[in-house]
Structures are given as C-alpha cells and as structure tokens.
Design a protein around this ligand. Structure first.
Ligand SMILES: C[S@@+](CC[C@H](N)C(=O)[O-])C[C@H]1O[C@@H](n2cnc3c(N)ncnc32)[C@H](O)[C@@H]1O
Length: 342
C-alpha cells in the first residue's frame, strides 16, 4: 500500500453514536509516537541505505526484531512505508523528508520531540491558562538541530513566497527578517535577487547559527545582523522595502504583537510591505485542524501565545498603519499575509 490506511469506524447515528470513534481518537496519540520513534531509531535512513526487512532494520538500529516489525507495520499503516511481503520500502514522503541522505531531511527537528511533554499536561494548562511547569520546553528549543528542522520544513514554502514577492521588489531592496531563525525566508529572496540586502534580527545565539545557513548559500555578503529582542531593539526608521515576520507573530500575545506591528510599520519606507507567515484559523476557529491545534500548542509552550484569525490580523494591521492585507498561497498550513504600509 502506498497511501495511509483509514479505518473509519461506523459513526452510528445521533441517537446511538458508536463509542469506537472515541477509542480510535484516543489512539491517535500513538500515531505521533510511531513517527517520532521511527525517526529516533533512524528507520527511514536505514531503509534508504538498503535494509528492508524487520530483521535487517532492527540490526541496523540495534533494536529488537519483533518490536521493529510492529513499529514498521504501524509506520506502513500511516503511509510512511510501503510493505510488500516481508519487505518495507520508503514512500516518496519518507524518502524526501525522513531519510538522512536527503537534502530535505527534517528528522533532526522531529527527533527532539519538543511538543510531546507539554501535551501530557493539557488539562492542567487549561485549568491554569498557562504552560504547565512539567511540560516546559528544554533549552535546546532553538539550538542547531531545531533550526535545521525548521529550515527543512519551511524551505519549500519560503521558495514560493520568495517567487511571489521578488518581482515587485527593487533589485537592491532592503529586507528585515524579524526573528529570522535559520533565515530560511530571507534566503529565498537573497537567492532570487543578488543585489538585495537583508538585516537578520534574532537573539545572539540564534544569529550565530543563522550565519551557518547563510554561509552555506554563499549569501554572507548580502547580510547584516541585528542581535536583540524584536520588541525592544532599535529599528532604523523608514528603511526597509520588505519586512518578514515568519512563525513568530503567535508567540508573545496580542498586546506585544500590536506594539510590534507599529514598530515594524515605522521601519518600513512608505509603500513598503510586511509579510506575515503563521498558522491562521478560520474566522470561527472551527478549522483547519493544524492552526486550531497549534493554538493549544502555544497555550502549552508560551505565556501569552495564540493563533490569530485573518480578521484579527486585518484590524491590528490597519491600526498600525497598514492597508488591508492580501493573502498569498504558499502551500503551507495557512496563506502568507502581505500588507502595504500606507
Ligand atoms: C519558530 S522560530 C521561526 C524562525 C524563522 N522565522 C522561521 O520561520 O523559520 C521563532 C524564532 O523567533 C525568535 N524569537 C522569538 N522571540 C523573539 C524576540 N522577542 N526577539 C527576537 N527573536 C525572537 C526565536 O529565537 C526563533 O529563532
């Protein structure tokens, strides 16, 4: 099989709903564990290198063959492997993103398993309205493996956003990449426009890691660095043609985000644009699944974070001096928002 198996328990009727749906839902947590364990055991890398049976994958992973057969079967049910007879093979998805020999490997981030500890304390977090002490993320949150994971995960969408934004930018445009992480979003622009200059803003240790990603793409000459807290560091007024705010607007709460939007408006030249990439639930917050779940993930891991709707962004952008944002499909969980400074 090459697609994920769906078991679809009979839902029953409104008068007599089938409780099996709840049992299956309870076990969905196991699906996440299968992915994490298989990546932690380098199962996909071993198969890419030629191991194909449970016994040979187990030997390569220094694991138990019977237990490995169980794990590989579960990974196959989830569409991460194909099983034929006793042999397991990679699917296009696992070959590209989960085997270490692939340039798009994102297993490093998955191996860290950053989210799970917090989720076991969700009820406590909902009671308290803040992250549970026991589920606090570890210090490695934005260390090299996490950043490499985020780089791999974001690169395809960054490439699409870069293609959408580049044509309207002057050749020597100035770009501010706020909370740049690996600088994956600005690197897509730098690649497309060799005269474009980027200011990369993040905390000092993260910028040291960003330098490595930038050097790898021979883009160092296009970059300067602004170390500090995005809520406090001085920003050059009316200096930038484009500001990128990717995967960080959700982190600090509404009040600080609204202040930040004002600061970013002042850093843009008139007519300059702000691009926001984030998880955006629909107006009623009834979907899509990922942004709605992501909001809870923020409850578990930040003091004030939340996933904001397009309506909220529109109102806050307008108050900060922007025109209503356009949306750009980038093949990611939510479209990017692009707002022009008035
Ligand atoms: C989820 S990562 C996103 C990185 C990058 N923009 C991306 O999309 O791959 C969040 C980044 O925001 C940075 N960050 C969080 N709060 C910040 C703050 N107050 N000032 C500067 N950087 C911050 C973190 O260090 C981290 O690099």
């Amino acid at each position: 099989m090459n697609t994920r198996h769906q078991s679809h328990p009979d839902p029953g009727s409104d008068a007599d709903p089938n409780p099996l749906q709840l049992i299956e839902l309870q076990f969905r947590a196991a699906e996440s564990r299968v992915l994490t364990a298989a990546v932690q055991l380098d199962v996909f890398t071993h198969i890419a290198r030629g191991a194909s049976t449970a016994a040979t994958v187990a030997a390569a992973a220094a694991a138990d063959p019977r237990a490995m057969r169980m794990l590989l079967d579960a990974a196959a049910v989830l569409g991460l492997l194909r099983k034929q007879g006793e042999a397991y093979a990679l699917t296009p998805l696992s070959a590209r993103y989960l085997a270490e020999n692939s340039p798009d490997y994102l297993g490093e981030g998955l191996k860290l398993d950053r989210h799970w500890p917090g989720w076991t304390h969700l009820a406590d977090a909902v009671r308290a309205g803040r992250p549970p002490r026991a589920g606090r993320p570890q210090g490695e949150r934005f260390a090299a493996p996490a950043l490499r994971g985020m780089y791999a995960q974001n690169r395809p969408a960054a490439e699409r956003l870069g293609q959408a934004l580049s044509p309207a930018l002057p050749p020597s445009a100035r770009v501010l990449d706020v909370a740049c992480g690996s600088a994956v979003w600005s690197l897509a622009l730098a690649r497309a426009q060799p005269a474009l200059r980027v200011t990369a803003l993040d905390f000092p240790p993260v910028l040291e890691l960003a330098r490595e990603f930038i050097a790898r793409e021979n883009a160092a000459a296009q970059y300067e660095f602004l170390p500090g807290d995005m809520h406090a560091v001085a920003l050059e007024p009316a200096a930038y043609d484009l500001i990128l705010l990717a995967n960080v607007a959700h982190s600090a709460g509404e009040a600080k985000l609204r202040q930040l939007l004002h600061r970013l408006a002042a850093a843009l030249r008139p007519g300059g644009r702000l691009a926001i990439v984030d998880m955006i639930p629909d107006p009623e917050r009834t979907g899509p699944l990922l942004p709605v779940i992501f909001a809870l993930n923020l409850l578990l891991h930040t003091e004030q974070g939340d996933a904001y709707t397009l309506g909220q962004y529109r109102a806050w952008l307008e108050a900060a001096g922007f025109e209503p944002p356009a949306t750009i499909e980038i093949g990611w969980a939510s479209p990017a928002l692009l707002a022009r400074r008035r």
